[in-house]
Design a protein around this ligand. Sequence first.
Ligand SMILES: Nc1nc2c(c(=O)[nH]1)N(C=O)[C@@H](CNc1ccc(C(=O)N[C@@H](CCC(=O)O)C(=O)O)cc1)CN2
Ligand SMILES: Nc1ncnc2c1ncn2[C@@H]1O[C@H](COP(=O)(O)OP(=O)(O)OP(=O)(O)O)[C@@H](O)[C@H]1O
Length: 181
Amino acid sequence: MKDGIRKVMLKKRMSLEKDMYDRYSYLIRTNILKYIENRKFKSIAMYYPFRKEVDLLNLIDLLKDKDILFPKIKGKDMYFVKISSFDEFEKGKYGIMEPVGEIYNKIIDIFLIPGIAFDERLFRLGYGGGYYDRYFSKYKKGLLIGTAFDFQILKDVPTYNHDIKMDVIITEKRIIKGDNL
Ligand SMILES: Nc1nc2c(c(=O)[nH]1)N(C=O)[C@@H](CNc1ccc(C(=O)N[C@@H](CCC(=O)O)C(=O)O)cc1)CN2
Ligand SMILES: Nc1ncnc2c1ncn2[C@@H]1O[C@H](COP(=O)(O)OP(=O)(O)OP(=O)(O)O)[C@@H](O)[C@H]1O
């Protein structure tokens, strides 16, 4: 059930042209900054864009006073590592760039989370590894912000009981919030 949608949606995202990709990513970064500017937080997790996920890397320079974390996978587990420059990455599993360094063991306040698709109920469909679902079943959630191009938002994505829900989804066009925000 999930696999068919994954395939179609991934293909759609991969076919996004570079100028649109850059333009939308820029708009999404701007919307994220606006959304978080009045919040108190010390740490924020993001991700290294892979297969045309929304590119948030520019935020590194704009959030210099925060701890910025990137995910790293080890077997079935995912953990986060703090980085302070672009030199601190190496190619990891699946060809995704991963941070070099020790696991961050403080509380992570905000998570910027990529996905293949999201829905208006705030559920997320990922690559199928279950990494974020497993991570959040173990660790404190923080504010979960799903990041996506607007075409990635569907009416419903198929869900399982273990699937985590975002608190908010930010696209180039809109901000979708849950009832609790
Ligand atoms: N940029 C980024 N980094 C991230 C994630 C992410 O979604 N985006 N992850 C969030 O989870 C973790 C990586 N998760 C991944 C899970 C599966 C596949 C993948 O390529 N799966 C294959 C199928 C593999 C199989 O079924 O054996 C595929 O899609 O072809 C890639 C990354 C950690 N880092
Ligand atoms: N909390 C959990 N405990 C144990 N296994 C889990 C948990 N969450 C997910 N899984 C397992 O992970 C696998 C993938 O789950 P799912 O298809 O929901 O991934 P996804 O959210 O799309 O992927 P990802 O998080 O990697 O981007 C499933 O086989 C599922 O059983």
